[in-house]
Design a protein around this ligand. Sequence first.
Ligand SMILES: NC(=O)c1ccc[n+]([C@@H]2O[C@H](COP(=O)([O-])OP(=O)(O)OC[C@H]3O[C@@H](n4cnc5c(N)ncnc54)[C@H](O)[C@@H]3O)[C@@H](O)[C@H]2O)c1
Length: 317
Amino acid sequence: MKKILVTGGAGFIGSHTCVELINARYEPVVIDNFCNCSPENIKGIEKITGKKLIVYERDVRDNIDDIFEKENISAVIHFAGLKAVGESCEQPVRYFKNNIDSIINLIESMDKANVKSLLFSSSATVYGENNPIPFKEGFPLSTTNPYGTTKLIGEKLIEDACKYLNFKACNLRYYNPINSHESGLLPEKPLGIPTNIFPIIEQCVENDTILTIFGNDYDTPDGTCVRDFINVVDLANGHVKAIEFLETIQNGICEVINLGTGKGMSVIELIKAFEQKKNCKVKYQFGERRVGDIAAMLADVSKAKKLLNWQTERTPV
Ligand SMILES: NC(=O)c1ccc[n+]([C@@H]2O[C@H](COP(=O)([O-])OP(=O)(O)OC[C@H]3O[C@@H](n4cnc5c(N)ncnc54)[C@H](O)[C@@H]3O)[C@@H](O)[C@H]2O)c1
């Protein structure tokens, strides 16, 4: 079984990807410093798959050469990173250090160990504010916050690693992953206050509090923001397909690929779908627009379909 090093493998998307890698007969090797997740996720992966996981509680910014020396790694998926847009505006340097230093360190260790295959968790946020929807991979890029800047710089570093260090890589641009494994064993439970919409909705229902929707006067059918919400299990499978794709391409190539559904859903539509699925009522109110939010974000998914032979199979909620 080929070993795939999964940084941030105990986190939300990483843990789901570990499950799908095991289902596809790969062996994930996890590095996580548990700064934004519970070790319970590791137990969840093991329960779902019936397999004991190799886990290193480490920071990707530290020297990780020994892991490459000990494990026979064939490819790396780099999820580890801080991801809260608002927090990145308050603590930009923490985001620069965590998200950019970790990529440089990882590339250095991979190069030393002659491991050249890399998937990187980028984000649709790199399309900035001025592109028409759906977003195509070749569109001009810009960012509106330090988090986005770390993703853009990360993509560029990886592009150069392909060019000058003979890596082969995919910069995968995610949209809005939601939901969780059907077993209920991998809930999206970040440490601290959640910033992604799905755990916020779940928390409001659980605590009987009111959800604030930021803005209902956008140029969208119901006035609320439209996003490309994607079931995290589909997103996890996209990584398996991307690993398989890396096995077919030559070193020196860097592909940028959107991983989304290509279908938009408004925040109100998301809430309605949630209510129907969970048979509950979500109390909500409208608040002011949030700085930096754009009306609609949507992926053009034709490249993922063509290159990876991947498309979503599940409903987001
Ligand atoms: N969830 C989203 O909406 C979304 C959208 C676009 C891109 N992404 C990117 O996908 C990746 C995974 O996101 P997620 O939603 O699973 O987040 P998450 O916070 O659940 O997972 C990230 C994991 O990385 C770990 N980590 C962070 N810094 C680390 C470091 N220096 N060393 C070791 N471990 C470290 C955390 O403990 C956590 O388990 C992130 O890079 C994120 O920026 C997420």
